[in-house]
Design a protein around this ligand. Structure first.
Ligand code: ATP
Length: 455
């Protein structure tokens, strides 16, 4: 298993993730996504949205504001009880989450820690120019409440029938006592949440369906079976509103940790918001002619944690002809760059021109990248290290004068096997479509695309 420092340093070197405000010494609890990181994380969010919203007819989305009325947080119970137990060290001044300490002594200096007390995770904000009269509210600690308060709006506008769900992706903020482990725990992060509304009585079955579905989702995009598991919450661990909760855990470099929580939140939130706002949040059931308050199943994932898990899982080190090769074996849909187009000789104008033209064509369909800043071997290694599934190399034969168009061929190289095939430029797009659908073996068997030795 790769250690976190190796991932942090690769992320910085290749432009996936930088420390926030680094030139000022850095802010430990926040990270910035760089040119490749933004593409990668957008892919995580896009695939989640596509699979959970666009490919289902029982789901719709919202994008609610980050700042919400302070009463939302009273109704949800966050103001009163969204806290973690906090313990400080009187000797070295460090503080820790008391539930993560193994004994009563400071892990840093060994002194006796203070008795645990609750520390609110809510970050206060003041809306308005004059602090004394400004409205005090909070940066949302979860995106879920933006869904609950819009339940009736969405129901009226979309005319959905139970069972249906509302999804949201967006930033959330928590004043974590001990942020750390890179992007695993930060004070600002992104969530991908679903509130799935069901008839009371069908909630347990729907809960199980969502657990199975979400567990399969991570594996569909490459997480290895051995590195992911489910963990049932014990009764005394359950949040006050939850009937049952199951975490999806991933084997991160620091050990098994939560990737996503899937809770049966009962009708707690809708009931609370009805009570405090005075607005009924109900569903009229045509069949029984009764109004019901739906139960809610909540699959709640972190975009940053998912991205970190996909990154760690994709990381491989191999030895190729006596040299270390680092390769990120991303699922093609997750890879930040899909195709790199590389000229074999950068001093040959016709090769360079052709490579640039091919890249511009491919880019219309897949995010592609042209690079001629090193020798071909170095260029391949660079693409391996950022997880680009395919490299297309343009050589003398691609631009040869006397050839017929069918002879104008490029080399396609596969990231994982380093195998190569020769493909006419005219067939490049259709072959690429097959390859992106992970059909390398099928394509390589076809006669004209003879396979050559690995490089
Ligand atoms: P933890 O026990 O790790 O603090 P939690 O149980 O409080 O997490 P939830 O409230 O269930 O987390 O949030 C849902 C998801 O949001 C988590 O599974 C995680 O992926 C993500 N998440 C929560 N807190 C953070 C954080 N501080 N930084 C990054 N992601 C987070």
């Amino acid at each position: 298993m790769v250690d976190l420092d190796t991932i942090v340093s690769l992320c910085k070197r290749r432009g996936f993730i930088f420390q926030s405000s680094e030139i000022y010494g850095g802010l430990g609890s926040a990270w910035d996504y760089g040119p490749l990181g933004v593409e990668f994380k957008n892919n995580v969010k896009r695939l989640w949205w596509r699979d959970n919203v666009q490919l289902r007819d029982d789901m719709v989305g919202v994008d609610a504001a980050i700042s919400m009325h302070p009463k939302v947080w009273e109704a949800s119970g966050h103001v009163a009880s969204f806290s973690d137990p906090f313990s400080g060290c009187p000797s070295c001044g460090r503080h820790y989450r008391a539930d993560q300490l193994t004994d009563a002594f400071c892990p840093n200096c060994g002194a006796k820690m203070s008795a645990p007390k609750p520390a609110s995770l809510m970050l206060e904000i003041f809306l308005g120019p004059v602090k004394e009269t400004a409205m005090k509210t909070y940066l949302r600690p979860e995106t879920a409440q933006g869904i609950f308060v819009n339940f009736d709006n969405v129901l009226q506008a979309s005319r959905k029938k139970l069972s249906f769900g509302i999804a949201q992706i967006g930033k959330a903020f928590r004043n974590e006592i001990t942020p750390g482990n890179f992007t695993f725990r930060t004070r600002e992060f992104e969530q991908m949440e679903i509130e799935y509304f069901v008839m009371p009585g069908t909630d347990e079955e729907w809960h199980q369906r969502w657990i199975d579905e979400r567990f399969a989702w991570y594996q569909k995009y490459g997480i290895r079976k051995d590195n992911i598991r489910l963990r049932e919450h014990a009764q005394d661990e359950l949040a006050h509103y939850a009937k049952r909760c199951v975490d999806i855990e991933y084997l991160f470099p620091m050990g098994w940790s939560e990737l996503e929580g899937i809770a049966n939140r009962t009708n707690y939130d809708l009931t609370q918001h009805s009570k405090i706002s005075g607005k009924a949040l109900e569903y009229f059931d045509e069949e029984s002619k009764r109004k019901v308050v739906p139960y809610v199943i909540e699959p709640s994932a972190g975009a940053d944690r998912s991205a970190l898990a996909f990154l760690v899982d994709a990381y491989h080190e191999e030895e190729v002809r006596g040299e270390k090769r680092v390769v990120l074996k991303f699922h093609p849909e997750l890879a930040p760059i899909k195709i790199a187009v590389l000229p074999l000789l950068k001093k040959n104008d016709r090769i360079v021109e052709t490579a640039k033209r091919i890249c511009a064509d491919l880019r219309k369909r897949w995010f592609s990248f042209y690079d001629d800043t090193a020798s071909i071997g170095r260029l391949y290694r660079r693409q391996d290290e950022i997880g680009t599934p395919y490299c297309v190399t343009v050589d003398v034969q691609t631009v040869g004068d006397e050839k017929t168009p069918a002879d104008e061929k490029v080399t396609i190289r596969d990231r994982d096997t380093m195998q190569q095939i020769r493909v006419p430029v005219s067939a490049l797009e259709s072959v690429m479509a097959d390859l992106m659908a992970e059909r390398w073996a099928e394509v390589a068997r076809q006669e004209p695309y003879r396979m050559s030795a690995a490089k």
